[in-house]
Design a protein around this ligand. Structure first.
Ligand code: UT7
Length: 336
């Protein structure tokens, strides 16, 4: 039997603590006005001291399972896209599996920074179409606040924490909708423009406040913002055209653009390139900031919760990340 991959459940989680631009401007030399104008960000959610990335992942995953009307026992594989794992090893996916009460089925992490969810969806889709798994729990979860240098105004205003999850199910290809396909890219010659060079220490206790971590041994994001911006705009403009061409679809076939949420100006530029009105594009960057691999599933969940999705609609998911790694997925909505 030929198979296709369908989204049958969605979930999301944002930590309670909100850090506004105004509060941030008491920590570094910035202003609400600058951040809003240059990025569209108004606030970000920050993980609690006692929480780990796996806790954020579990909350979104449980919601996605409930939404699909199934339990962890019905899952055949679990994948977590994350850049901020609880530990170097074991994988955050194995910790999430344990915390959800699952056992036995494979679980692994994917690291493609902000493109993690788009990469993971492409990978899992291929595996499911081949018949390897019937139901997969796919999560994007990040605690970016733990790898941000809270004294660097160039980067600390941009990121936030959160998680989003989907349950995927392989169904007969004759059933309408499901995954259309994906394209992925990476160009490591850009690796130095956006990176966190040092060893990550996700368990470091927050010494300075409820979210800042002790600086010693902790990774910090370094970014040449305007160079990243320039390449992101170009590559995203290309990749949306490429994925549509690959599957013989047109810009006008796309009902919803579900972009990675890094900067409102990048989002608008992609929408313009696709000749889409902005009301067909999901924008959560104002409330969530850049949540890396959680950003696309959080945006998708936001759209879902607004009851705007209709069976048969075409969704274009896209992301651009450190690496640089970027990509896009096309999904024909099939969840009623
Ligand atoms: O997830 C995927 C990867 N990330 C991205 O896609 C992010 C891509 N980059 C961006 O979104 C933008 O480049 C930024 C929002 C990071 C920066 O915006 P920009 O318009 O490219 O500004 P810039 O870096 O060229 O800096 C302009 C000025 C500089 O001052 P001078 O040198 O002109 O005096 C910065 O020092 O703005 C200054 N600046 C700030 N001022 C107030 C930088 N950060 C801040 C800040 N508050 N937080």
């Amino acid at each position: 039997m030929m198979l296709n991959t369908h989204i049958i459940g969605l979930g999301a989680y944002l930590p309670e603590r909100i850090l506004s631009n105004v509060e941030l401007s008491t920590m570094v030399e910035t202003s609400d006005e600058w951040i809003r104008e240059r990025t569209g960000i108004k606030q970000r959610h920050i993980i609690a001291k006692a929480q780990h990335t796996s806790d954020l992942a579990v909350a979104a995953a449980q919601q996605a399972l409930d939404d699909a009307g199934i339990s962890i026992d019905d899952i055949d594989a679990l994948v977590v896209a994350t850049t901020t794992p609880d530990m170097i090893f074991p994988s955050t996916a194995s910790i999430v599996q344990y915390k959800l009460g699952g056992k036995g089925f494979p679980a692994w992490d994917i690291q493609a920074v902000c493109s993690g969810f788009v990469y993971a969806l492409a990978q899992v889709d291929g595996m499911m179409k081949s018949g390897m798994f019937k139901r997969v729990l796919l999560i994007g979860a990040e605690s970016m606040s733990r790898i941000v240098d809270w004294t660097d105004r160039n980067t600390c205003v941009l990121f936030g924490d959160g998680s989003g999850a989907v349950v995927l199910e392989a169904k007969d290809k004759n059933i309408q909708g499901g995954m259309v396909g994906s394209v992925l890219h990476c160009d490591g010659s850009y690796r130095h423009l956006l990176m966190a060079e040092h060893q990550y220490n996700g368990n470091a206790p927050g010494e300075m406040s409820d979210f800042r971590v002790d600086a010693a041994g902790v990774a910090a994001i370094e970014m040449k913002g305007n160079e990243v911006f320039r390449v992101a705009v170009t590559k995203l403009g290309e990749v949306v055209g490429e994925v549509l061409d690959k599957y013989h679809l047109k810009q006008s076939d796309v009902d919803w653009l579900v972009p990675h949420q890094a900067n409102i100006r990048i989002l608008k530029s992609t929408a313009k390139k696709m000749k889409m009105t902005e009301d067909r594009m999901v924008v959560t960057v104002g409330e969530h900031a850049n949540t890396s691999s959680a950003s696309v599933p959080l945006a998708l969940h936001h759209l879902y919760k607004q009851n705007k999705l209709e069976v048969g609609q075409l969704l274009l998911l896209e992301a651009f990340a450190g690496g640089f790694a970027w990509g896009a997925n096309l999904v024909r909505w099939s969840k009623s």
